[in-house]
Design a protein around this ligand. Structure first.
Ligand code: SF4
Ligand code: SF4
Length: 490
């Protein structure tokens, strides 16, 4: 079967033609690791990974999972940590509420975020995929671990899959899928909580189901989708669905840090003969790779990293750990598969901070800083002052002129805000009609304001006005408007 989609990234590495010839099988370009000759899905049984990188990832996953599941319940100033309510166009990021009025900031933040991802990938490869992506974390650190616990390591899983259905197999598979389904339900509800908030979610769970058919529908849909992904679809989600994975070919270059096989050191690969010393092996042109295929056996996407960087590689580091283990056992230095750039491998250099890497890292921090600035420098309120429709100026009995305005104030916080308005650039009077302005949390308040100016400060036609919007003595925003007066009065 053809797999042209996998070819783009497969140009980086020993099989690219631009680099030393790869003595391994070259047909990897024309087939998928997860499909047979007829194109049918080939189920993978990756070996249980262990080693220093896996250990580090496991600890990080504990932290990430805790954040992921606790996230919807965490409140900052009464607001959720993250809420992406697309239906109601309400977004909360790090406790900051974004309104439709904030769309420009949101768009800039999105651009900064996308640029950050591009720069991050160009410098650090798919570090995100292996260490931080929720799909990898949940698949490898939760679902796969349950599978290893119930069905054993790869060879036992393979044997169980081939064995006829009997009570034991039904029980194992039944318990596994029940657990997978229950976990998918929790994950689906967590996602729903990030979209509609925990309050609404609890209402759906505790209220009369007939009142929440839509919410229950999404709950079931998310559960089924996650169950499908983690129980069946698995690595295919990274290979076929994830746009980030597919973008790699355009983002990575020879200086990007990737999980790489050191072909200079490893080739020519070959089995380690009994009683053969490493010097003897070297003398006949053999490298450090003993072709044990441990790196392939542990790979959750079923690829052979010795063929070079490939789109399917999610940088899970399992092959690094597996190969390091083999190298220790055959008394060779670790790192035959390691984090490296293609240039580093070609020149046999250890990983170091290159000016490019340092530059990209500085740029990343700058972008992160800009994003943080955009998020935290927003005003708590968004006020607009427009002259009341259909009104002109009026001459008051005291000789001053007045204009009537409509003020709209959006409260972006989750607390009540009393608003005070002050004329900033000219002496005059600003009078709020009716009650003082108090804006309820996440609501909009609208009222009329009368501004009076003495003729001494008025300009011909329109006088520019600057109005300060204050709350509890703190200035929140400055709004500009115009004051209309008679021309002939100058
Ligand atoms: S684990 Fe290491 S030694 Fe074994 S096949 Fe892979 S690269 Fe070669
Ligand atoms: S090649 Fe190595 S790092 Fe890449 S997915 Fe396979 S095991 Fe993980």
């Amino acid at each position: 079967m053809s797999s042209t989609h996998t070819s783009s990234l497969r140009g980086i590495g020993p099989g690219s033609g631009a680099t030393p010839p790869n003595p391994g099988p070259e047909d990897f370009r024309n087939r998928l690791s997860t499909a047979d000759q007829e194109g049918r899905r080939k189920w993978l049984f990756p070996r249980k990974p262990h080693g220093r990188f896996h250990q580090a990832r496991a600890w990080l996953s504990v932290v990430l999972l805790a954040i992921m599941f606790a996230g919807p319940f965490v409140r900052i100033h009464g607001n959720p940590l993250l809420l992406l309510n697309i239906v109601e166009r309400k977004f909360v990021i790090l406790g900051q509420i974004f309104w439709p009025q904030d769309m420009i900031i949101f768009a800039v933040a999105l651009l900064v975020y996308i640029t950050g991802i591009i720069v991050f990938t160009a410098a650090y490869g798919r570090l995100w995929c292996g260490w931080l992506c929720p799909q990898t974390v949940l698949m490898e650190m939760v679902f796969r671990k349950i599978e290893y616990l119930l069905e054993g390591d790869a060879h036992k899983q393979r044997a169980l899959a081939r064995s006829p259905w009997n009570a034991g197999k039904i029980l194992r598979k039944g318990v596994k899928h029940a657990l997978f389904f229950a976990l998918s339900f929790v994950i689906g509800n967590t996602l729903l909580a990030y979209i509609i908030g925990t309050e609404q979610l609890f209402q759906i769970i505790t209220d009369n189901p007939a009142k929440h058919l839509e919410g229950l529908g999404f709950m079931s849909l998310f559960t089924l989708v996650f169950y499908g992904i983690f129980a069946r679809f698995r690595e295919q989600a990274c290979t076929f669905i994830c746009p980030y994975g597919r973008l790699q070919s355009t983002l990575l270059d020879e200086n990007s840090i990737v999980v790489a096989y050191d072909y200079n050191r490893g080739e020519l690969r070959g089995r380690l003969s009994r009683n053969q010393t490493w010097d003897q092996r070297k003398a006949v042109g053999r490298g450090d790779c003993i072709d044990c295929k441990e790196c392939v056996n542990v790979c959750p996407t079923g690829i052979d990293i010795r063929n070079g960087t490939q789109m399917e590689c999610v940088h899970c580091t399992a092959c690094i750990d597996a190969c390091d283990d083999v190298m220790v056992r055959v008394s060779r230095p670790k790192g035959l598969i390691r984090y490296a750039s293609l240039n580093g491998i070609e020149k046999s250099e250890p990983l170091r901070v290159t000016p490019r890497l340092a530059g990209y890292t500085v740029l990343l921090f700058a972008l992160g800083g800009l994003l943080a600035f955009l998020l935290f420098s927003r005003s708590d309120v968004e006020a607009t002052i427009l002259r009341a429709q259909g009104t002109l100026f009026q001459k008051m009995p005291d000789g001053q002129f007045s204009n009537l305005y409509t003020i709209r104030v959006v409260n972006k916080t989750s607390r009540e805000i009393p608003i005070e308005l002050k004329l900033e650039n000219v002496p005059g009077e600003l009078q709020v009609m009716g009650k003082e302005i108090v804006v309820a949390p996440q609501k909009l308040a609208q009222t009329s304001v009368l501004i009076k100016l003495p003729t001494t400060v008025m300009k011909s036609g329109t006088t520019p006005l600057v109005v300060g919007v204050y709350a509890n003595g703190r200035k929140l925003q400055t709004v500009k408007t115009g004051f209309i007066g008679p021309r002939e009065d100058r």
